[in-house]
Design a protein around this ligand. Structure first.
Ligand SMILES: *Cc1c(COP(=O)(O)O)cnc(C)c1O
Length: 429
């Protein structure tokens, strides 16, 4: 924080976002190491980073440099992965509502496609008949193993919108038949949700996936399904700097629930997002004003709903730590005072913390919001035309100086006007 202040990052911006490059590399190494240790030698494993967690080209490029691929779920994310130079054979397309045009492009590029439903499989029938493809093709299944702590992020519920449910009457038989009818289906995919899922629940979904693959292969009389995509969803600890659970613990939970998963009979694909990036991002914002209303001290800062949308709208599910710093970027100390930490947006709920015990903040102080490297400032919310803040990567190798490097420029007001129909001013006259 001190280096960011000293090097002037906050001189022209009241809000900046920071990414710890070495931390991201360390998480990528922990992931690849845990699976390399767990799998039989020679097992093909692709770790496809879920782009939606941090859709920034330099981040995708950094992770590719660490040996990862990319999971995408829209034309925009696919374009980012390609801009980052990720080769087609390391890209997985998963969206639940792919258009025919998106499917055709994916098949032409040779990227992996996971179909979401029977209608999509019928579209693929026609596309593949018209133009052969080297794309591996999978089917997303919903093991219907149940929700975790956050309903909106649980994808293996009885009525989830994702994939083909396995437990509905007749559904399993219909899916097995659909696979046997299509020898080009060689993968099965499940992703049981994101944040709030206990490891044994995620592992149970993977066990269902493995059992289904065995059933299809037995019925086919050959190893038609050769790869299992087990999704992402490793939860992140937002309460402290500790990184728990670890990828090694997750691999242990998988081995316990599905002993055959790592024996080399199936290639594996993973799709982690949050667990790779969350701990390595920090929002740094200036306190503009302070006041007390109704006896409650309130700090008005520049970090609000635009960078922490989920926290603002669902504060109980997404609590964030607030770390206080003075104007020089030194940790601020003092007796704790319960205060609200508010953002800049024009609605009353725009609070990052309510009645939080912190040293009393003053104008010019800074707040750091750690654990925001995934789904926070990289999932900007355009409310109030607040600009996307700049993102800087940093490396800190003591005793050398902290070095910052721009990753995403600040959005300018000129860009906001242009993206808001500025060139079409008279369109409605
Ligand atoms: C969001 C998503 C992921 C990543 O989830 P994390 O919780 O960020 O690891 C993986 N796969 C699919 C299909 C997703 O939708």
């Amino acid at each position: 924080m001190r280096a960011a202040v000293e090097q002037g990052l906050l001189d022209s911006e009241p809000l900046v976002c920071l990414l710890d490059t070495a931390g991201i590399r360390a998480s990528a190494a922990a992931l690849t190491g845990a699976f390399a240790a767990a799998t039989a030698p020679g097992t093909p494993v692709l770790h496809a980073f879920a782009a939606k967690a941090s859709p920034l080209v330099p981040v995708l490029r950094l992770l590719a440099d660490c040996g990862l691929g990319c999971e995408v779920a829209s034309a925009g994310e696919l374009a980012l992965a390609r801009a980052a130079g990720i080769p087609a054979e390391r890209i997985v397309l998963d969206s639940p509502a792919k258009t025919t045009g998106e499917l055709r492009e994916a098949l032409a590029l040779g990227i992996t496609v996971n179909a979401d439903n029977h209608q999509e499989l019928e579209r693929l029938d026609a596309l593949i008949a018209a133009a052969p493809t080297r794309s591996p093709i999978g089917v997303r299944v919903n093991p219907q193993t149940g929700a975790g702590a956050i309903d909106a992020l649980s994808t293996a519920t009885a009525t989830s919108k994702f994939g083909i449910g396995l437990r509905d009457p007749g559904a399993r038989e219909r899916l097995v038949r659909a696979c046997l009818d299509r020898p080009w289906i060689t993968r099965l995919h499940a992703h049981s949700g994101s944040q709030g899922l206990p490891l044994p629940l995620i592992a149970r979904g993977v066990r269902e996936l493995h059992a289904l693959a065995e059933e299809i292969n037995a019925a086919a009389g050959r190893r038609q399904v050769d790869t299992l995509d087990i999704g992402g969803g490793l939860p992140v600890n937002f309460a402290s700097d500790e990184e728990t659970p670890t990828y090694a613990e997750y691999a242990d939970a998988l081995r316990e629930a599905v002993p055959a998963l790592f024996d080399g009979s199936y290639g594996l694909v993973t799709e982690f997002g949050r667990s790779l990036l969350a701990k390595h991002g920090t929002v740094l914002a200036r306190v503009e004003y302070t006041k007390a209303t109704g006896g409650r001290p309130i700090a008005l800062t520049h970090a609000g709903v635009q960078v922490a949308t989920r926290t603002v709208y669902a504060p109980a599910a997404w609590p964030l730590r607030i770390l206080p710093y003075d104007a020089k970027g030194l940790p601020k100390t003092g007796p704790p005072v319960a205060q609200d930490v508010a953002g800049p947006a024009c609605f009353a709920g725009d609070l990052l913390a309510t009645a939080r015990d912190l040293p009393e903040l003053a104008p010019g102080d800074l707040i750091a919001v750690p654990d925001t490297g995934a789904y926070f400032f990289t999932a900007h919310y355009g409310y109030n035309s607040l600009p996307r803040p700049p993102v800087h990567g940093f490396t800190a190798d003591p005793p050398g100086p902290v070095r910052f490097t721009p990753v995403r420029p600040a959005q300018t007001t000129t860009e906001i006007v242009a993206e808001s129909g500025g060139a079409l001013r008279d369109a409605l006259l």
